[in-house]
Design a protein around this ligand. Structure first.
Ligand code: PEP
Length: 270
């Protein structure tokens, strides 16, 4: 998406934070968030399923400009799937977004590109905005397969044509999606690609979507995720096609997340 897209900051709490810890976090945000940041940025928190509805209520009570994401959903809309959670339930719990295809889901829970594509489709059908995660493993990077892997995950995940010649499907609208480029080797490792490498992958994703017939104004926003912190955020956000970040570890303390948002906002001159 263009440099003018509203920058988006996603805090993926993973399997962290009880409800009381989440409420403390929100109280810190209420005290520390700057007006400029609230106007210029989009903030998204991704708590665990069990506290989603209560966090939504707390956000409402505190009048905070924060949207909620779930960290996953089931690819069916309902039925006999013990232990699973549907998109409809997430909507009702107050979610606008849902993270899909995080590498921890792919690696630890065996989620395939095909299942992920079903999840993206079901989420969109229910009016949830998918945050589709893609990214190569360390081995794939060493074997120079980054571009290949990211293209495949994007094409399958978004059900795009893999034709190199721009197809006639110029009606594809992905502006209701977010894509997070998250190299698996960078998640939680303290290692990151250079900002130029991130920009290159983002441009590859744009060219892949253009080839499938997606028009410029219908592109999704492109985020980067993987060991984002206070030291690297400004450099990353200065890249023209980095529209925001998905942060894990560094988002767990409200002060750190606010610093990351503030430095990101300034990097975009907002
Ligand atoms: C993530 O969980 O998607 C992530 C990017 O984590 P971290 O920031 O800790 O690398």
């Amino acid at each position: 998406m263009s440099v003018m897209a509203t920058p988006c900051f996603v805090a993926n709490w993973k399997m962290n934070k009880t409800l009381s810890e989440a409420c403390d976090y929100l109280a810190h945000l209420q005290q520390g968030l700057k007006q400029e940041a609230c106007k210029a940025l989009e903030m998204i928190l991704a708590p665990s399923y069990v506290i989603l509805a209560a966090v939504a209520e707390q956000i409402r009570q505190l009048s905070l400009p924060i949207a909620l994401a779930a960290q996953n959903l089931h690819h069916k809309t309902g039925g006999a799937y013990t232990g699973e959670v549907s998109g409809t339930m997430l909507r009702e719990a107050g979610c606008r977004y849902v993270i899909i295809g995080h590498s921890e889901r792919r690696v630890y829970f065996g989620e395939t590109d095909a299942i992920i594509a079903e999840k993206v489709a079901v989420a969109r059908g229910l009016g949830l905005v998918p945050i589709l995660c893609v990214g190569e493993s360390a081995e794939e990077r060493e074997n120079h397969k980054t571009e290949l892997v990211v293209r495949r995950q994007l094409q399958v995940g978004l059900e795009l044509s893999n034709s190199e010649s721009a197809s006639s499907r110029s009606d594809i609208n992905l502006s209701d999606c977010l894509i997070a480029y998250e190299p698996v080797w960078a998640i939680g490792s303290g290692k990151t690609p250079t900002s130029a490498e991130v920009e290159q992958v983002h441009c590859t994703m744009i060219s892949c979507m253009k080839s499938a017939g997606v028009l410029e104004e219908r592109m999704p926003r492109l985020l980067y995720g993987g060991s984002v912190d206070e030291k690297n955020i400004a450099t990353l956000m200065k890249e023209p096609h980095v529209d925001g970040v998905l942060a894990g570890g560094a988002s767990l303390a409200a002060e750190r997340f606010m610093t990351i948002m503030e430095l990101g906002r300034r990097a975009k001159n907002l």
